[in-house]
Write a protein that binds this ligand. Sequence first.
Ligand code: FAD
Length: 355
Amino acid sequence: MDHDLIVVGASFAGAACALAAAQSGLRVCVLERKRDPGDKLRTTGIIVKEAAERTLLGELPAHLTRRVERVQLYAPNLKQVALAAPGSYFLTTDTPGVMRWLAEQLRAHGVDLRLGTAFRDAKRVGDHWHVDGVGRARYLVGADGARSRVADRCGLGRVRGFLYGIEYEFPHARLADPDALHCFISKRHAPGYIGWIAQNPGGVQAGLALRHDPAHVRVPDLDTFLLRVGQAGGLPLRLTPGPTRAGLIPCSGPVWPLARDGAILTGDAAGIVSPVTAGGIHASWEHAWTVGRAVAAHLRQGGPAPESVAIDAAPRFRTKRALRWAYDRMPFDWPFDLLLSAPPVRWAAERVYFG
Ligand SMILES: Cc1cc2nc3c(=O)[nH]c(=O)nc-3n(C[C@H](O)[C@H](O)[C@H](O)COP(=O)(O)OP(=O)(O)OC[C@H]3O[C@@H](n4cnc5c(N)ncnc54)[C@H](O)[C@@H]3O)c2cc1C
């Protein structure tokens, strides 16, 4: 056998799975189609406190992160309310730097990281997978994002529901209030989600996401949105955007089947993203780490089948899926204009952001 485990994707889920398995002594190969892992990003890269305190992401070098302890939430009419919870915070990140740091961690742990190598196909032969152009492995993990080719080639479940997010980076820019994550509710610009402006260690990110309908694809109109909210959010005038980040965000809960016959999905490929906040970094990391550990425990000590562990460990997001259903069907802006600063609404918003 060439490898114990082949992982496709070197973003958060792929890195977590590979690191967990490599730390347990497995021979791990990671395929990443990008030559530079910090290139062409599809995430804002905001890390929640739980991930910062309970995972390896807490060891990120200080210059790659910036602590933000408050959310400034804006109603559609731009009235605003400050949200916070004792001891809670987010980390905004120099996300390209984070991705490159993860690649360094993989190499430092002896993982065979193959950048610029796309997964094309794999065949099940006996009790292992034969991956085109790479070789044989007992387990194959798809951490290759929302449109997973591993899922497609291995007959696993596909994500059904998405948000579509787009974001500009403004390198070296500084917000008037850089210590808050500025979030904007707007059914007109962001039906099904929100817009946001955030200060990161090296500049500003401003983005918008909305519910994705494959039958009527609508591209988020970030320029018009920023003309409307930029000044309220403290964005300096006449900025020229740098790189753009864009992508689909799963919001329909875990896929089925998520694993079988030595092939396992994790992260966005498995639909492991909160349907309410669209945050996937922490949930992806936790699930992928569990999968890496389970593969190692199975191969080394005859532990339970990693396929079952992966399925059991996937969060079902039942309440959050119900909230997503309700938010998708709420057609009006006026309840937010009227009620945003009412104590129950404020309490609920603080639970969503910090709970
Ligand atoms: C615009 C946007 C903003 C977001 N902001 C946040 C946020 O601030 N905080 C948060 O928690 N979550 C956020 N999310 C969600 C979060 O980014 C994802 O849940 C998280 O990145 C999941 O990581 P992943 O490793 O599963 O997938 P991805 O990050 O999508 O990584 C998949 C990797 O697989 C590689 N790949 C794909 N196909 C192949 C192939 N065939 N062969 C080899 N490699 C391949 C890709 O190049 C990529 O590196 C955001 C998502 C979007 C789209």
